[in-house]
Every structure is written in structure tokens, then in C-alpha cells.
Ligand binder design. Structure first.
Ligand SMILES: NC(=O)c1ccc[n+]([C@@H]2O[C@H](COP(=O)([O-])OP(=O)(O)OC[C@H]3O[C@@H](n4cnc5c(N)ncnc54)[C@H](OP(=O)(O)O)[C@@H]3O)[C@@H](O)[C@H]2O)c1
Length: 340
């Protein structure tokens, strides 16, 4: 940890090559602490100066305060950087500004979005990113496990033709996640059929067995229709969540940090991603990824991805965790893979 108080100010620290925007939220705070523990040199940014000053002085990092639509703020904060980690969600409101700033400044873009339309936005910038020599990766949270798990499962079968993924989440939701959930449900019941994205007319629940008997899951576009399609080419994809996403902030009990640490309210159960791949002959394989509950898997995933980028390990263009790093990305995570 750098305790040089002279750099706890607004401005640039020449050795920092990572900027973390939206750093002072729940996940941002956890990510910043994790990045410090991994010895990553970074600066923080966001729109709330009081929170930024507090965090900058606690961590001994420089900060930049600007609203997400401030092009000059982006240019000055991205100067000298090689990677942006955007944690300011809902990403429907921040990703386009941040991606454009990264393209302009030749800086890799990473976020932890779970919003399927933001994945589509990232995909639409593929050619521009390739020309700029930067990687655009939206979804370096859940998908750092999800995407390589799907690659792993698909490799267990000949001619994989269809994929169903069910996600059982354990832990609470932050206000940012509740706001993002509204964007996910408003996107519609999106699936991929014969390679094309389509919208289902009706939400028909499907039962999946995560190990304790069948659980009814709701069709929910988690983003695999874009990510798993890119990383595996499987042309029929449907996704399910074990509950209806919380979209009403007034009636949702949200989680928050207590003194910068995860509170006791987060249950100690695991979260589980279940991937089910069907082959051309009708045979089916299933694999599960079990991760710790709550937001720590996302924190570790995002820090793993930016560490790789900072060490020069990236591919230009729109990438998913699986397309850039493959199945073996799982080896770097706190995740248990079970082949059923
Ligand atoms: N897929 C995953 O694995 C995963 C996991 C965890 C979180 N997430 C997503 O990450 C996002 C952040 O989650 P969180 O837990 O950190 O939520 P949070 O505690 O509510 O914090 C949200 C942060 O984003 C900032 N922000 C929001 N809208 C902004 C805007 N228009 N301009 C600038 N800053 C803005 C907030 O700034 P203010 O304080 O100024 O409002 C705050 O710093 C959410 O979208 C969530 O869904 C995804």
C-alpha cells in the first residue's frame, strides 16, 4: 500500500495504468481493496467528490471527479492509462460514454455489467476496438465463471447444438444491482434461436436440479445469448434465474458495506451456475460451477481480468472472458467445477 499522502489528490499518478470509475459503490470499494492487496497501481474516479476524497485518502491513491458524460474528464483521467474498469452501474447509463472515451484514448475497456443490452453495445464496437488496438470486455463479473464453464461443458460433447444455463444466486443485491435488474427485465425475454436473437412471448418456468432436487427457474436474459454465442458458436441459447430479479428499490432489502467490509447479512450458501449442453444426436451433458455467495466472485474476477490486461494479456476487439482467455480461466478463480 502506498501511504505517500502527496498523491492523495485530484490528478494523475504517472505509474498508475488502471483507472477504476464508479469506485466508491459497494462493489467498487471491494474491488479497490482487492486491487491494493494484489499490488495493482490504480487511480479512482466517479461523480461524488466527498466519497472519492474519503476513499482516495484511505487507500493512498489519486482521484478524478467528473460526471460520466464529461469528455474532458475522461480524456484527462485516461491520460497515461492502459485500462479502464467501469463499475458505475446501471451500465445502460454509463457504458457508452466510457467505451467511447476508451476508443478515443486507446485504453482497454472492462466492466462488470450483467445487462444484456450493454453486451450488445460492446459487440457493436468490435471493429472500432480492433482498429484502436484495444479490448472491449463487458461482463467481467459473473461471466468470468459462466463463459469458461460453458466452453468446458460444450467440450464434453460432440457437435454441441443447444445450451441452457440456470443461475442460482445466493446473497443480497445492492441498489446498483436492483437498478441494473430493471434494465435486464426491460430488455425482454431474449433467447438465441438458429443463431438469431429472438424474444419469447411468454415466461414459462423450467425446473433445474442444482443438487437438492428440482427448482423452478424463470427465463431471464443473463447475457449468454451474446457471450456464450461468441465463445462457443452454439446457436440456440436459453437462460434462467432461480427467482424473479428484484427491480423495485422501494420494496427490496439491499445490502451495503459496514465499515468498508461485507456485512453479516450475506448468507454463507454458495451461488451455482448450471450449464446444460445438448449435442446433435440429442445427448445431454451438464456441468456446474459453485462459487462463494455474494459479490466476492465478481470482485476477484474483475481484478483477475484487469491484472491480465495490465500484463499485456488481451485480444483486440470485442471479447468475452471465454473468447479472450478460454476454459482455463477457471483455474484462476475460487470456483469448484462438477461434471454431472
Ligand atoms: N454481473 C456481476 O457479476 C455483477 C456483480 C456485482 C455488481 N454488478 C453491477 O455493478 C454495478 C455496480 O454495483 P454496486 O454493487 O457497486 O452498486 P452500488 O453500491 O449501488 O454503487 C453504484 C456505483 O455506481 C455509481 N453510478 C451509478 N450511476 C452512475 C452514473 N450515471 N454516473 C456515474 N456514476 C454512477 C454510483 O455513484 P453514486 O454514489 O454517485 O450514485 C456508485 O458509485 C451494478 O450495475 C451491478 O448490477 C454486476
Amino acid at each position: 500500500v502506498n501511504f505517500d499522502f502527496s498523491i492523495m489528490k485530484q490528478g494523475n499518478n504517472e505509474s498508475a495504468r488502471l483507472l477504476i470509475y464508479g469506485a466508491t459503490g459497494y462493489t467498487g470499494t471491494l474491488i479497490c481493496h482487492e486491487a491494493i492487496s494484489k499490488g495493482i497501481d490504480f487511480e479512482i474516479a466517479g461523480r461524488n467528490e466527498a466519497d472519492l476524497i474519503k476513499m482516495a485518502s484511505e487507500l493512498g491513491v489519486a482521484y478524478h471527479c467528473f460526471p460520466v458524460d464529461d469528455g474532458k474528464g475522461w480524456d484527462s483521467s485516461l491520460s497515461g492509462k492502459s485500462c479502464l474498469l467501469n463499475i458505475a452501474g446501471p451500465f445502460a447509463e454509463t457504458a457508452d460514454y466510457a467505451m467511447k472515451a476508451c476508443l478515443k484514448n486507446g485504453v482497454h475497456y472492462v466492466d462488470i455489467s450483467a445487462e444484456v443490452l450493454v453486451y450488445a453495445l460492446a459487440e457493436s464496437k468490435d471493429a472500432e476496438a480492433e482498429t484502436a488496438g484495444i479490448m472491449i470486455m463487458s461482463g467481467a463479473g459473473l461471466f468470468v465463471t459462466y463463459d469458461p464453464l460453458v466452453i468446458h461443458t460444450a467440450k464434453r460433447i460432440q457437435d454441441p447444438v443447444s445450451l441452457r444455463v440456470a443461475f442460482k444466486y445466493s446473497g443480497g443485491f445492492t441498489p446498483g444491482s436492483v437498478a441494473s435488474s430493471t434494465h435486464i427485465t426491460n430488455a425482454g425475454l431474449l433467447v438465441r434461436k438458429n443463431g438469431e436473437i429472438q424474444e419469447l412471448a411468454e415466461a414459462i418456468p423450467v425446473a433445474f436440479d442444482f443438487g437438492d432436487g428440482p427448482v423452478q427457474c424463470q427465463p431471464t436474459p443473463l447475457g449468454g445469448i451474446i457471450h456464450a454465442f461468441k465463445s462457443t458458436g452454439i446457436s440456440d441459447i436459453e437462460e434462467f434465474f432461480q427467482m424473479a430479479l428484484p427491480t423495485d428499490l422501494k420494496n427490496s432489502e439491499t445490502i451495503k458495506l459496514e465499515n468498508g467490509k461485507i456485512g453479516q447479512s450475506v448468507k454463507a450458501e454458495q451461488s451455482i451456475i448450471l450449464a446444460e449442453v445438448t449435442g446433435a444426436q440429442g445427448d445431454v451433458v451438464r456441468s456446474m460451477a459453485k462459487t462463494p455467495a455474494g459479490y466476492m466472485p465478481t470482485v476477484n474476477s474483475a481484478v483477475e481480468i484487469v491484472s491480465r490486461i495490465l500484463s499485456g494479456n488481451y485480444q483486440a476487439g470485442f471479447q468475452t472472458p471465454g473468447s479472450a482467455y478460454g476454459e482455463r480461466l477457471l483455474d484462476s478463480l475460487d470456483v469448484e467445477i462438477i461434471d454431472l
